[in-house]
Every structure is written in structure tokens, then in C-alpha cells.
Write a protein that binds this ligand. Structure first.
Ligand SMILES: [Zn+2]
Length: 93
């Protein structure tokens, strides 16, 4: 859903949420019913979820200034999956 902005001569600016690409150039004002014209605005970035903003900022900072590794990671290795019980019945070399 996208927030589109319309300007009603009586009510002023009115925000309407519609699926992307389904905004008409005019619609009847949801408050008073008068004809409202669509106003083209910048994207409403303030409506982005705060967690997404933090993730995008972190990704951007990592791309510009990646953290350096200063020591060798411990040899934990990948997590081992438990063996399937039927593997014990497989022929051995
Ligand atoms: Zn109106």
C-alpha cells in the first residue's frame, strides 16, 4: 500500500492509501466529498519502520567502513548435525 496525497479545496491535504499504481489524478474527498486533485510529493520515508531504518544504516556504515578482524576466530567450526539413526545401518568401507 502506498500513501497518496490529494488536495481538497475545502479540507486541504488529504492522505489516501491505495495499492501502488492505482491512484487516480482526482478523487472525491473522503471528508467532504468535493473533488480533490492529486499532489505529487516525495516519498514518505517517515513511514518506514524504525527497525528497517536501523538495519539500512548499519548496512550502509558497514559498506563504507567495514569492521576489521583483529584476531583469529576460535575453531568452533560449523554446528554438527546429529547423525540419523539409519546411518548406522549403512555399509562401512
Ligand atoms: Zn474535502
Amino acid at each position: 500500500m502506498v500513501t497518496y496525497q490529494y488536495r481538497c479545496p475545502a479540507c486541504g491535504d488529504v492522505d489516501v492509501r491505495r495499492p501502488m499504481g492505482e491512484a487516480s489524478t482526482q478523487l472525491s474527498c473522503p471528508r467532504c466529498g468535493a473533488g480533490a486533485r492529486r499532489v505529487f510529493t516525495g516519498p514518505h520515508t517517515r513511514l518506514v519502520a524504525p527497525g528497517l531504518v536501523a538495519a539500512l544504516d548499519t548496512a550502509g556504515a558497514s559498506a563504507e567502513n567495514p569492521q576489521l578482524v583483529t584476531s583469529v576466530p576460535t575453531a568452533a567450526g560449523p554446528p554438527r548435525r546429529p547423525a540419523h539413526p539409519l546411518h548406522a545401518r549403512l555399509p562401512r568401507p
